[in-house]
Design a protein around this ligand. Structure first.
Ligand SMILES: [Zn+2]
Length: 103
């Protein structure tokens, strides 16, 4: 497989997603920062995570400079011990899902 951005080789990598036993297969470019997720494997992980007990509705809010944001409410913060300044890794396996992973 070739990178659609720079035509370099794509390297197959297994990505572990917090809370899921299945891993997502991702293809990452060895040169630029392009990456994509293999559909079937990301579907499996999303199915798995869907059964997680903590699931709530959250509204997207408008921030300054045309950015959008989302709050983490108290339930989430307390159940996983989220702290200010933590780095989160966001991946978008498809148009309906946003996965947020802690480092
Ligand atoms: Zn590339």
């Amino acid at each position: 497989m070739k990178c659609p951005t720079c035509s370099s080789e794509l390297r197959k990598t297994l990505v572990k997603v917090y809370g899921a036993e299945n891993q997502v297969i991702s293809y990452q470019c060895i040169k630029c920062d392009y990456f994509e997720f293999e559909k079937d494997s990301s579907k499996k992980v999303i199915e798995e995570l869907r059964e997680s007990p903590l699931k709530l509705k959250q509204k997207i809010i408008k921030l300054s400079h045309n950015r959008l944001g989302m709050y983490f409410n108290k339930n989430i913060i307390e159940s996983i011990g989220l702290k200010k300044g933590e780095n989160l890794l966001i991946s978008v396996p498809d148009k309906k899902h946003i996965l947020i992973e802690r480092n």
